[in-house]
Ligand binder design. Structure first.
Ligand code: ATP
Length: 223
């Protein structure tokens, strides 16, 4: 049977989750207290309803118990977000993803049993900060507190050299897991692969090692 989703809170974050799930052909129940927001998603989601998710009876009437995965995307009203999560937990929802507004909110959500807590503003802030520090860092994905995956534009010192020449793993302790070239991506490149101008390297490793690698091999673009 097809998995069913519900998105509570149709702000920018919840709205984009709802649109993407629907675009992927998923069954989505969109919920918001705001009538205008609900109207906006009438033709996008499978069902769109005006409802207050802090009201247990309302949630029951909506048949939320039958939904496999509920995404709580209420931001500003932290109390409503926490209460909704509690209700959903009590109703026995199998998977609950909640958007946290700050670190305290995140802590509470973890304590009350949210299965997944996301912090999109903080994560986006970190990604952009890495790009601000070095124009050559194109993207950044945090894997844990001290491990990441980064996409870096090949610096001048790398061009024309092979991965063996650069000896990145031995020298810096991080691994090149992919090379993007002309929209193609070479996953697990061979050690004999030569780096060309405009190549983008995908590097995985400990943050301190990645940072050493960037300082030594990735030349900053100063603009
Ligand atoms: P964005 O994702 O746009 O940054 P945000 O983090 O600012 O959003 P809010 O705008 O506070 O989040 O909330 C998102 C949506 O959640 C709003 O459309 C709001 O009407 C809805 N909402 C707030 N409380 C409830 C509730 N109790 N039940 C259902 N929807 C709610």
């Amino acid at each position: 049977m097809k998995k069913e989703y519900a998105v509570i809170g149709l702000g920018r974050f919840g709205g984009s989750i709802c649109k993407e799930l629907s675009r992927e052909g998923m069954e989505v129940l969109a919920i918001d207290v705001d009538e205008d927001k609900v109207n906006e998603y009438k033709d996008i989601a499978s069902h769109a309803v005006i409802a207050d998710s802090t009201d247990e009876n309302v949630l029951k009437e909506l048949g939320i118990r039958n939904i496999d995965h509920v995404i709580v995307a209420i931001g500003d009203n932290i109390q409503a977000s926490i209460l909704s999560t509690l209700m959903l937990k009590e109703l026995g929802i199998k998977k609950i993803t909640v958007k946290a507004q700050n670190d305290y909110h995140e802590k509470v959500l973890n304590k009350i049993g949210a299965d997944q807590v996301v912090h999109p503003e903080r994560d986006m802030g970190k990604r952009i900060a890495h790009n601000i520090i070095s124009n050559n860092v194109l993207d950044y994905l945090e894997l844990s507190d001290d491990h990441s995956v980064v996409e870096v534009k090949a610096g001048e010192k790398m061009i024309g050299k092979t991965l063996v020449d650069l000896d990145i793993r031995a020298r810096y302790g991080c691994n090149v897991v992919g090379i993007k070239r002309d929209r193609e991506i070479n996953v697990s490149p061979m050690a004999t692969e030569t780096i060309l101008e405009n190549d983008v390297l995908i590097i995985i490793g400990e943050d301190k090692d990645i940072s050493r690698f960037e300082k030594n091999l990735v030349v900053e673009d100063d603009d």
